[in-house]
Design a protein around this ligand. Structure first.
Ligand code: HEM
Ligand code: HEM
Length: 175
């Protein structure tokens, strides 16, 4: 399995990055529930996978964090100038925080409200009593989702600026 180098991200990092990007954008389709109370074909076909995919994303982000930690010293450096490089790295840390908090708050929302947790047909927690403090943590799920979506727009936008305006090869090292 190819590890990260200073020149480009390795296979594991690239597969995790793009697979998770697709799944996270799929998760964002949950916003379609706001259209006619979910009475939309997207709400009826893709959104019902929200709990299963969200739970899978928890596993994937934990794997990704372990992989990133193991490759930390050999990954590509931020391009100059140093201040913008620092902002980019800080942005990546915030993306990691949001990718971890989304499933954690989603699971808190389900279990805290007594709905239980079933993903891909496997029951991880049965329906039960409400747990108010866990439900309170769950209320953070929608606001963090909006913040994550904003960050993704900024992040993807900057990647395109690097590719088409600065032409410095930053996008290519993740492709
Ligand atoms: C990276 C993973 C996840 C992302 C990106 C994500 C994203 C979203 C988004 C964008 C919404 C709509 C928010 C709104 O309407 O303002 C939402 C709602 C919701 N999510 Fe997730 N989610 C994730 C994981 C999970 C997980 C793991 C669960 C449960 C186990 C979950 C359960 C829910 C529920 C129940 C709602 C409806 C909340 C409400 O209407 O109050 N999500 N999520
Ligand atoms: C759900 C969407 C996305 C998330 C959560 C995300 C997250 C991340 C994170 C955390 C990194 C740091 C490297 C790592 O640890 O993997 C990264 C790097 C990168 N991402 Fe994304 N990303 C998303 C979508 C995109 C999109 C749509 C593009 C392109 C348009 C993109 C282009 C890049 C590039 C070029 C890098 C490497 C930057 C560098 O070397 O400094 N990402 N992404």
């Amino acid at each position: 399995m190819s590890k990260d180098t200073k020149e480009r991200y390795g296979t594991v990092s690239r597969v995790l990055h793009w697979a998770m990007a697709v799944l996270i954008l799929w998760q964002a389709l949950k916003l379609f529930d706001r259209i006619d109370d979910g009475e939309h074909w997207v709400g009826q076909t893709l959104v019902p996978w929200h709990i299963s995919i969200g739970t899978l994303l928890l596993l994937l982000v934990l794997l990704r964090m372990v992989w990133t930690a193991r490759n930390f010293s050999s990954r590509p450096d931020a391009p100059p100038p140093p201040l913008l490089g620092f902002v980019a790295k800080a942005g990546h840390v915030l993306l990691y925080a949001a990718m971890l908090l989304m499933p954690l708050t989603g699971i808190s929302l389900m279990i805290g409200n007594g709905y239980g947790l079933t993903a891909f047909g496997i029951e991880f927690a049965a329906r039960g009593e409400e747990i108010p403090w866990l439900a309170t943590i769950g209320t953070l799920h929608p606001p963090i989702a909006w913040l994550l979506l904003l960050m993704i727009v900024g992040h993807g936008g900057m990647a395109l600026v690097h590719h088409f305006v600065k032409k410095d090869g930053v996008l290519r090292r993740m492709l």
